[in-house]
Design a protein around this ligand. Structure first.
Ligand SMILES: Nc1ncnc2c1ncn2[C@@H]1O[C@H](COP(=O)(O)OP(=O)(O)OP(=O)(O)O)[C@@H](O)[C@H]1O
Length: 614
């Protein structure tokens, strides 16, 4: 019902016509409802006219006509009032919009003088009425356009408000013509009159004179509100009509960076391989505290999976959608660690970047900060870290305003922190602050039952990565992997498997694929524990330059003395094989003469050492 939109205009037009020609005027819409009328028609506005009336005929035929003698005209044929019509004459004209009849405007004579007037001026009146019908249709058009504009404006407003960045549209002179909700949260409304109330003069000049889109320019509304802004042109043809500027807060920028760069790896507890009691206990404990905001201290030797645990805790926490930022306190030079952690302001020191730099605390805001190797943090930073943890705010280097942060700390170390505290190398108060929930990740040698699962998973992963298809592992090879002590823990196992898969030429991982040090154990059939003890004794001996006493090597239990001797000789020979005068060194370590060593080598049918000294 297009005419619904222009009821007021329709009535005004009816009134105007009636006052000029003194004949009643009425308008019905396409459903035959009277929407306007003068004189006696006023009372029936809102009512429907008969489906058999002349108006109905005009709508059906879509043509104009004049009824000079009511009752005789085709339009009167079906009319209910055909024989009792009170009208003297009628002019009907369809109102057309986009080729459709959307209503009818009619002049009705109820007196003879009015009829005469119609008959005398019928041509002019028809023309006039047609113009009026067109006028009404144009009002419909206008109204449609207004509604469309209003809809567009509403849609635009919703879109603009849905933008997660602050948004303004400005004219060429910098006058702000539109702003979204987000920018209103960033600055006071009074500052949204003109661009010069928002940005400093240099930036305003750059924006208004650039004549091109700009991106990632930095803004600062006040001490806290700062970030980056982009500019797009509002251009019609060649003419620039204005600009659209979007402002992203520093937090938004950080979050975007985090999403793209920082934690692309999602680690869940099920990714921590192993079902040994020791590991399951650690996993259960970590799972239990994941949901809490308390600080966690993960203890364990290097390569046991402490970072994996930290990531899994983060992933199981409510912060999972927020950043996980890892900092290795031992890997960053002491002078840089402070600015890495806390950030710095522009000009804080020589070489400081323009615009300053957010620290890891700020980058991890609302998420988790993993402080790896916390035992290596210098004492003066420990004090600052403690302050940050207590006050939940950081101050950038060279900055004056503290920045509120909400970060969960997970720290990790492979050092004995209590010992460090006793030695005065670690602050006691910080230790207690971090050690709220300690979780110990056991070394691999204490959960050897996890090795098979780890080996198979890692073989599969490495095969996939290196494009190999390894489906089996030779028994002796598997046995060696199981029996080795893995001082470097899972990391060492992972690297060993990657090495072995690289070396593998067919579908089975064999002994010869393993690194030499693992193969050696096979040759000598020596237990890893024993091998280690021997090697450390050798190192100790070399250090002290004192001969190793035979009594110090009595670590072979439940073996015959002959076996013990053979293994010990093999170990010493293997160890010194790459060195010059290896036999002499081996003999020294074994506490026997060189000659006796050669006799033993012959007796046990062993490979000889470098005989450059024979
Ligand atoms: N249980 C496990 N299951 C699967 N992979 C593991 C497991 N434990 C450790 N890893 C893998 O071993 C490597 C070392 O793990 P991670 O870096 O977590 O150890 P870490 O204890 O933090 O070492 P560091 O003390 O040297 O920092 C990583 O590649 C990790 O994916």
């Amino acid at each position: 019902m297009k005419l619904d939109k222009v009821i007021q205009n329709a009535q005004m037009i009816c009134d105007a016509i009636a006052s000029v020609i003194d004949i009643d005027v009425t308008i019905v819409d396409e459903t035959l409802m009277r929407i306007a009328g003068t004189g006696r028609y006023q009372e029936s506005i809102g009512e429907n006219v008969s489906d058999h009336s002349a108006f109905s005929y005009a709508i059906k035929t879509g043509s104009e006509f004049i009824i000079e003698n009511p009752g005789d005209h085709l339009a009167c044929k079906m009319c209910d009032c055909k024989n009792k019509c009170s009208e003297h004459a009628e002019v009907c004209c369809p109102i057309k919009w986009e080729n459709e009849t959307i209503g009818v405007i009619g002049l009705i004579a109820f007196e003879k003088t009015q009829r005469d007037h119609i008959i005398e001026n019928q041509k002019n009146l028809l023309q006039f009425l047609n113009r009026m019908a067109e006028l009404i249709a144009s009002k419909v058009n206008e109204q449609e356009a207004v509604e469309e504009m209003a809809l567009l404006a509403k849609e635009l407003e919703i879109v603009v408000d849905a933008i997660d960045s602050g948004f303004i549209a400005i004219r060429n002179d910098g006058k702000v013509i539109r702003a979204n909700h987000k920018i209103l949260k960033m600055v006071d409304k009074e500052r949204l009159e003109s661009l010069s109330d928002l940005l400093d003069p240099k930036e305003v000049e750059i924006v208004l004179n650039a004549k091109r889109a700009l991106s990632n320019r930095s803004y600062r509304f006040n001490a806290e509100e700062r970030g980056l802004y982009d500019v797009s042109l509002i251009q019609i043809g060649a003419e620039i009509k204005g600009y659209v500027i979007t402002f992203r807060t520093i937090e938004d920028v950080i979050n975007t960076v985090n999403e793209v760069l920082l934690d692309v790896v999602t680690t869940r507890f099920e990714h921590i391989i192993g079902h040994s009691d020791a590991l399951c206990q650690a996993k259960a404990m970590a799972g239990k505290v994941a949901g809490s905001t308390s600080t966690v201290l993960i203890l364990g030797e290097s390569g046991t999976g402490k970072e994996l645990f930290a990531r899994a805790i983060h992933q199981a926490s409510q912060r999972q959608k927020k950043p996980f930022v890892a900092v290795n306190c031992a890997a960053i030079p002491e002078q840089l660690l402070e600015s890495e952690l806390f950030g710095y302001e522009e000009g804080a020191f020589t070489g400081a970047k323009k615009g300053g730099k957010p620290g890891k605390f700020q980058l991890a805001n609302k998420g988790t900060l993993f402080l790896d190797e916390i035992g290596d943090m210098p004492l003066h930073l420990q004090a600052k870290l403690l302050r940050v943890l207590q006050e939940n705010q950081v101050e950038r280097l060279g900055g004056k305003t503290p920045i509120a942060i909400d970060v969960r700390i997970i720290a990790a170390t492979n050092q004995d922190l209590e010992l460090k505290v006793d030695e005065g190398a670690f602050r006691k108060d910080l230790y207690y602050r971090l050690n709220v929930i300690p979780i110990t990740v056991p070394p691999l040698r204490n959960r050897k039952e996890d090795i098979p699962e780890l080996v198979w998973t890692m073989v599969r992963r490495a095969s996939q990565k290196l494009g190999k298809s390894i489906g089996s592992i030779e028994e002796t090879c598997f046995d060696h992997l199981n029996r080795y002590d893995w001082p470097g823990n899972v990391r060492e196992l992972e690297n060993t498997i990657e090495y072995a898969v690289n070396m593998c030429d067919d579908h089975t991982l064999r002994m010869q694929c393993l690194p030499k040090k693992l193969q050696k154990k096979h040759d000598g059939e020596m237990s890893d524990v024993i091998q280690h003890r021997i090697e450390s004794k050798v190192e100790q001996l070399e250090f002290e330059e004192a001969p190793l006493k035979a009594s110090q090597k009595t670590v072979f239990e439940f073996e015959t003395l002959a076996e013990l001797e053979k293994r010990s000789i093999i170990a010493a020979l293997e160890y010194y094989r790459p060195y010059k005068k290896s036999a002499e060194k081996a003999a020294k370590v074994l506490g026997i003469s060189r000659a006796k060593l050669y006799r033993k080598i012959a007796e046990y049918k062993l490979n000889e050492a470098n005989d450059d000294e024979k």
